[in-house]
Design a binder for this molecule. Structure first.
Ligand code: BGC
Length: 753
């Protein structure tokens, strides 16, 4: 349909649903992974809005405002709470992006970064679904994830919660994760909107980002979350171009609600609301409710009521806020009588009256184990070091990361410390492990089968001993790691962000000490993000390197599956590993704001300006543009077999529907597109435009999966980085066989490519 006169031509992606192309979709019944459709959630929203309006019809102003105002820090069962009002039972908001935080008998899933590292949509979706089920089982209405900031800085403290340093990969992972979570009936929350790219001074930092960069990079995963029907978005602590995210009209009203056509609600990050007037610039809910956590004051509540009463804020805006929030609840069918009541207490885990210890783990460990293996990247493999054959007479393990923490996996609150195997970072983005299988446990178990003699040292610093123990071993495994997290916890001097990109606990020296004595030294790395591997990567005795990221509760078992070849590595790096830290385009800006304490929510009067002057050239885009050779490029990963590609074919897909043809024609003529409500999610932009096919042959001798990746090289006039990811899929091929790569929706390029 074309726009006639005034009014919006597409308040939703397309005005009419189209079966098999743009099908009417309920968030709890999403299209299967890989379906060549763009789901249309419009009807589901419309029904939810009607119900919300009916419920709210008799609510007083005060009651409606209560729906938008969190009850305050530590005043409810969950990390965030909306109180019960009339027939509305209230809402439980709970972290985290990798499992149910602050609860027991839950699954510690692989971190977001590992989900992206699989490049496997099926696994991404299932992880979302299972996490969603666990949240619902605990009576959580809104799961505070996924986290989708981009990892602009290699040392960014929370990068591991997210999906890597490329907007397309992050967007695809966000899309599948949101579809999975909401399929289970929990509301997803896309966070942190936007540019929360470092932890240092996150509440006092202005990310200064030009419009094109914002749209093409940082906002893209949020666009995909909206296209997946996400019900809520969390605005971030930082400022954007001089205005706090949670009072940023441009980001919340203009881009999110207008361009993306987002119909759910925007909540603040905890303590990130800066003013009452923020409601006019797009904020719908304040969390945890108080101005600073525990202050017992609020910008909403009474203050907002007063603003309405004195005419500063129209009541229609309060109606809109409350309607969005209640509609999201109906939209996920959380009004159903069977929706579980909250059965845990985030702040008082010992309270008998409120903790029912509901076991929500089901068989989710199986996915965790599989995803742990699927997200392990084989970086180096020479002299046939891997897979292990089982015929190794003896195997030695070195490094604290091989073993368990001394008093169990939850020694530190919010995982804010580091001993033993690293399987998640620290901060609000964590969960308590119900159990955690270390490599040492899993390898020992395996050793019984192969009658392998095992030895180990978990001492990272006794290099003489480690070297001596490595002598004469069939294989030595050295475990190293690197941790980071959220800024309210400081670990070993790392204030959320990493101080550097080197291995923790002197890991490089440990590798060198073992490699000096053993010519079959395999390095295993658990890390929140890139490390500089130069001290030993080319050492002739380092025969293999496995990059395991943060695999979650089955860490050891996943690793064993890869080590012994039960899983042929198919993980691919979701960021670039450089040769030098200074090769990256940006670094954490620590600033020097006297008297301010990192981690405190709320304003200060000195703002740290960070200009994103690298623009579109983050991560691999920068390395390409500046001709810097990385150690391992974005998308890199080896396999135990080899693949050969041939018969590349690119075909334009001709569209047959008549809707929005004028917009398409305008685009094809190189003209600007109209910006209207929902214009960025308009169907014509997201329908397949080109079909890319090719043959993938397994030229080795074991079964394996590869991840074909499509990079677009724009003409110079486009002003794009040299090469940008726009498609990927996964193919599994038997030795000697050939399969068609692409040809499915994952290998089609859209207009936005
Ligand atoms: C974090 C959010 C989190 C919230 C609630 C904040 O400090 O930035 O990601 O959801 O706390 O725990």
């Amino acid at each position: 349909m074309t726009s006639t006169g005034g009014g919006s031509s597409f308040p939703v992606p397309s005005e009419t649903a189209i079966p098999n192309v743009f099908p009417v979709t309920d968030p709890m019944d999403p299209p299967p992974v890989g379906a060549a459709v763009v789901p249309d959630f419009e009807a589901a929203w419309a029904v939810a809005y009607q119900k919300a309006e009916a419920l709210l019809a008799n609510f007083t102003l005060h009651e409606k405002i209560n729906i938008t105002t969190g009850v305050g820090w530590e005043n409810g069962l969950c990390v965030g709470n909306i109180g019960a009002i009339g027939d509305f039972p209230g809402l439980c908001l709970e972290d985290s992006p990798l499992g149910v935080r602050d609860a027991d008998f839950i699954t510690g899933f692989p971190a977001g970064i590992n989900s992206a590292t699989t490049w496997n949509r099926e696994l991404m979706r299932r992880r979302g679904l299972f996490m969603g089920r666990e949240h619902v089982g605990k009576g959580v209405n809104i799961a505070l994830g996924p986290m989708m900031n981009l990892g602009r800085n290699a040392a960014g403290g929370r990068n591991w919660e997210g999906f890597g340093a490329d907007p397309f990969l992050s967007g695809e992972t966000a899309y599948e994760t949101v579809l999975g979570l909401q399929n289970a009936g929990v509301q997803a929350c896309a966070k942190h909107f936007i540019n929360n790219e470092q932890e240092h001074y996150r509440t006092l930092e202005s990310s200064n980002v030009d419009d094109r960069t914002q749209h093409e990079l940082y906002a893209h995963p949020f666009l995909k979350a909206v296209m997946a029907g996400v019900s809520s978005v969390m605005c971030s602590y930082n400022l954007i171009n001089g205005t706090y995210a949670c009072e940023n009209d441009k980001m919340m009203n203009d881009i999110l609600k207008r361009e993306f056509g987002f119909q759910g609600f925007v909540m603040s990050d905890w303590g990130a609301t800066e003013s009452t007037i923020s409601v006019v610039t797009g904020l719908d809910m304040t969390m945890a409710g108080d101005i600073t956590l525990g202050s017992h004051t609020t910008f909403f509540g009474q203050n907002l009521t007063a603003y309405v009463e004195n005419g500063t804020v129209p009541e229609s805006r309060i109606d809109d806020m409350a309607t969005r929030i209640v509609a999201a609840w109906y939209y996920l069918h959380q009004d159903a009588p069977g929706f579980p009541k909250t059965n845990f207490n985030a702040f008082l885990p010992g309270d008998l009256a409120t903790n029912f210890h509901v076991d929500v783990q089901d068989e989710h460990y199986k996915l965790v184990r599989e995803m742990g293996a699927a997200s392990t990247v084989l970086l180096k493999n020479v002299k046939g070091a891997l897979p292990l054959t089982g015929r190794e007479r003896n195997l030695f393990m070195a490094g604290s990361d091989a073993g368990p923490a001394d008093i169990g996996p939850n020694k530190y609150a919010d995982q804010g410390g580091q001993t033993g195997i690293l399987a998640m970072g620290w901060g609000s983005g964590t969960a308590n492990f119900t159990y955690l299988i270390s490599p040492y446990e899993a390898i020992q178990h395996r050793a019984r089968r192969h009658r392998t003699s095992i030895s180990w040292t978990f001492d990272d610093f006794d290099l003489d001993r480690a070297g001596n123990m490595a002598i004469g071993q069939s294989v030595s495994l050295v475990f190293i790691n690197s941790d980071s997290g959220e800024d309210y916890i400081v670990v070993d001097g790392n204030e959320g962000d990493r101080k550097n990109l080197t291995a923790w606990h002197g890991g490089d020296d440990l590798v060198l000490a073992v490699a000096a004595q053993n010519n079959n030294t395999i390095v295993v790395i658990h890390s929140v993000g890139p490390l500089i591997l130069e001290p030993w990567i080319e050492h002739p005795n380092v025969t293999a390197v496995l990059w395991a990221g943060l695999p979650g509760t089955e860490a050891g078992n996943s690793l064993v599956d890869v080590l012994y070849g039960e899983w042929n590595p198919s993980g691919r790096l979701p960021y670039t590993i450089a040769k030098n830290a200074s090769d990256y385009p940006t670094m954490i800006i620590e600033g020097d704001i006297a008297g301010e304490t990192p981690g405190q929510a709320g304003g200060g009067d000195v703002v740290l300006n960070i200009t994103y002057s690298e623009k579109l050239e983050i991560d691999y885009r920068w390395f390409d543009a500046k001709n810097i050779t990385p150690r391992f490029e974005f998308g890199f990963g080896l396999s135990y077999t080899t693949f050969e590609y041939s018969n590349l074919n690119i075909a334009k897909i001709l569209q047959s529907d008549s809707e929005q043809t004028s917009d398409e024609a305008r685009w094809d003529a190189g003209n600007a597109t109209r910006i209207e409500e929902g214009s960025s999610t308009a169907l014509w932009l997201h329908r397949p435009a080109y079909n890319v096919t090719f043959d993938v042959k397994n030229t080795g001798d074991v079964y394996g999966g590869d991840i074909p990746q499509v990079y677009v090289h724009h003409p110079a006039s486009a002003g794009e980085p040299p090469s940008v990811l726009k498609g990927f899929t996964n193919v599994e091929v038997m030795p000697g066989e050939t399969k068609l790569g692409g040809g499915d929706p994952m290998e089609t390029l859209t207009k936005l490519s």
